[in-house]
Structure formats: C-alpha cells, structure tokens
Design a protein around this ligand. Structure first.
Ligand SMILES: Cc1ncc(COP(=O)(O)O)c(C=O)c1O
Length: 412
C-alpha cells in the first residue's frame, strides 16, 4: 500500500473493513466506484447511532426523540449545502439520488414551463438519468431536444454548444464529469452561454461532487444534483441544489404530508424550502449519514481527493496504453478527467473481461454505463470501466493490468 502524494491511503483504508474481504484467498480490488463507493465506519456508525439512540419521525414530533431526529436531519441539509457552496438548507433538497433530482426538476419545472416552441439542450455524453428524463419531457411538452456533440478525443464541442444554445433554449442539462468518458466538462462556460440566452442550466454532478471541490455558485448553475452512495455515503439519499428564487417559484413534485403548510378540504398551501419538495417521511438515517460522509470527505480535503484521483487516472491511462491492444475512451490527459477509465480489450467482450477480472477478485463494471447512445456513437455495445476512489492504490491498478493480461492469454 503506498502513501499517495495527496492523502494517506493506508490510514483511509482502515476505515473501510470491506476492503479486507477475500475471494478464493485473494483480497478484493474494488474498482467500481463510479457505480457506488464503499462506506467508511464513521458513516455506518452514524446510521446505527440514529437507530439505537434517536430513531423517530421528523418535523412532527413534540417528544425528545423526534426533536433530536429533526435537528440532525435538518442540520444535515446545512452540512451538504455548505459542502457544495449553496446558500443554506433552502437551496438543498434531499432526494433519493441524482435520478430523482433530475425527475423532480423535469416534472416540476419542465412540464410546467416548456412548450412546442422551446428547446432543451443536452450533451451526447449524458447519463440516462438526464437523457431519458429530458427526452420524455420533450415528448410530453413538444419541446425539441438537441445534443451538443463530442469531439474525436472525448471533449464537448464548445463551438457547437455556442451555436446550439439559442434564444429558443429553455434548459441546458449537462453532465459535469462523464461516467463513461471521464471528461470534466466546462459547466460554468455552458452556464454563461445558457444565461446569455435566458436559459437555465442543470449540472449532473453525480461523478463530480465525489471527487473534486464543487461550488455551485462559482459554476453559476441553476440546478445541480449528486448521489450520496457515490461519495462514501449510503444509498437512498442524494442532493438537489436549486437557486432559491427558482425553487420558490416551482410547483411541488410529490404531494402529501410534511410538504404542506395549511390544508382544507378545498385547498392546500406549501411548506418552506426545502420541505416543500420532501413529501412524506424522508430517508432520515440516510440523510444524517450523508452529512457524516460529507464531513468525512471534508476532513480528507476535496483538493486532496481530486489530486489522488487524477494521479490514479494518469497511472491507469499509462499502464493500459502500454498494453497496446486496448481502446481507451475519453481524453488522454488525466487532468481533464475524473478518476475513471473506460476501455475495451480488442476482440474480447467487456462482460467476458469483467468476468475474468472477477476470478482475480478485481471488481470492475462492464456494460453501457447508462450511456447507450454514447456507446452507439463510439461504435461499441459495451465497455469495461475501472473507477477509483480515496482508498485505491497504484498497486491495485497493477493488479487490474495483470488480470487484463490473463484475459488476453485466455482469449489468444
Ligand atoms: C453521471 C451520472 N449521472 C447520474 C447517475 C445516476 O445516479 P443514481 O443512480 O444515483 O441516481 C449516475 C450513476 O451512475 C452517473 O454516473
């Protein structure tokens, strides 16, 4: 285990007991972090502490347990809001995940604001969470969906973006860090172009918030979404940032308890932000543990996380390129990437490759990574993807490369 330039990986690994698991005597090499990251003890303990010590429903209780749960759950919004530079809990809605955040805005804003004269601009590297959602909004409202193309080397074509985004554009939805190409997209530049045309911009931060400092005010996005389970937190919780004045104007997405202020048999009025968008009993333990994950990452320092991920991505690009018969997707400069590399070994289906890797206890992902149209464009049905996090090491990337070598021999 090496000490990274940026962070003490050996120390960090002690917080993740799952990394000690062995399969057939081989210690697991977990390189599927873009799908979901592992959870440190501190976050698991925050969940058990909630259930052991102050499990109760939030907002509505007078009793002590409910008060404690309410304070912890509400303050978790402040912690997560602060982590991404939002102004406060009013701008941080807890959702189930990034997908639900996209749908919330699509239903609540998109279906109410868009019509046949309008255009929605996406990128060709959108995750299905954004692509399918806005595509359906387009179908329901008559708004046309357009795509910013990608260049040969996996960057967004910003000249095309400047032409595609026009006064007819009402929404630009763009992935910040691509989960397939790894590309870090210039979200603030896109925000400038969108705002020049009075359009809104939604940033998909599912792969960005876990691995680099993100400030939604610097990016000047109108909405921005991310998932707890991709950043050392639990499943079932995610964050939707929205500018307060825009969220204020939006209709609720789900109706029911907790999101109301006053209800009569005829009429209802809505609660304050962010509760207006959190109908019913929320994911209380997960919300509290989400804040714990954020504090865990803050202790490490997001600049350090970014440096570590770039370093691992650079090492993986170098080692994989040396193999020769590997097609790598996305930018070859690791500084333009998040900590992931998607690739194909020539002549071997990605699923077979992942399965052989599994025999060596190396966990990678194979498939289209919820970017089917992008894979169509790349001319492949699937790719293998290795993705890194704070506990991964260059030695583990060596194991990945060795396992690819084994696969190559098997298929020779
Ligand atoms: C870029 C991107 N956007 C959105 C999502 C969807 O995240 P979730 O499944 O947590 O909703 C993912 C998950 O892989 C992703 O990588």
């Amino acid at each position: 285990m090496q000490k990274s330039d940026a962070l003490d990986v050996e120390r960090i690994r002690e917080d993740f007991p799952i990394l000690q698991r062995e399969f057939d005597g081989q210690q697991v090499v977990y390189l599927d972090n873009a799908a979901t990251t592992q959870t440190p003890k501190q976050v698991v303990e925050a969940i058990s502490e909630y259930y052991y010590e102050y499990n109760a429903n939030v907002h509505r209780g007078i009793h002590q347990l409910s008060q404690e749960a309410s304070i912890a759950y509400e303050e978790a919004h402040d912690t997560v809001a602060d982590f991404v530079g939002a102004d406060g809990r009013e701008e941080m809605v807890f959702t189930k995940n990034t997908t639900e955040a996209e749908n919330l805005v699509a239903y609540s804003w998109g279906l109410n604001e868009l019509g046949p004269e309008d255009e929605i601009v996406l990128t060709e590297m959108e995750h299905h969470a954004s692509l399918v959602t806005w595509q359906q909004v387009g179908k329901k409202t008559g708004a046309e969906v357009k795509y910013i193309p990608i260049t040969e080397d996996g960057y967004l074509d910003m000249e095309a973006a400047a032409e595609l985004i026009t006064d007819d554009t009402e929404m630009v939805s763009a992935v910040h860090v691509s989960n397939s190409l790894g590309t870090v997209n210039p979200i603030s530049e896109l925000a400038d172009i969108a705002h020049d045309h009075d359009a809104l911009i939604f940033g998909d931060g599912a792969q960005a918030v876990p691995n680099r400092p993100v400030d939604v005010k610097d990016l000047d996005v109108d909405f921005y979404a991310f998932s707890g389970h991709k950043m050392a937190g639990p499943t079932g919780i995610g964050g939707l940032y929205g500018k307060e004045e825009i969220l204020e104007d939006m209709e609720p997405y789900l109706y029911g308890g907790d999101m109301i202020r006053k209800v009569t048999y005829e009429e209802s009025t809505w609660n304050d932000l962010p509760w207006k968008f959190e109908a019913g009993t929320p994911s209380i333990a997960q919300g509290i543990a989400f804040a714990e994950a954020v504090e865990y990452l803050e202790d490490i320092g997001m600049e350090n996380v970014q440096r570590h991920e770039e370093r691992l991505a650079g090492y993986a690009l170098e080692q994989l390129s040396e193999l020769g018969d590997i097609d790598i997707y996305g930018p070859m400069n690791h500084r333009d990437r998040g900590g992931l590399v998607a690739f194909n070994l020539e002549g071997v289906h990605a699923h077979d490759l992942a399965s052989i890797m599994n025999d060596s206890a190396v966990a990678i992902r194979a498939g289209d990574h919820c970017t089917q149209p992008l894979h169509d464009k790349l001319g492949v049905a699937a790719s293998a993807r290795a993705s890194f996090y704070i506990y991964n090491t260059t030695e583990e990337i060596d194991k990945l490369v060795e396992a690819i070598d084994d696969a190559r021999e098997l298929f020779a």
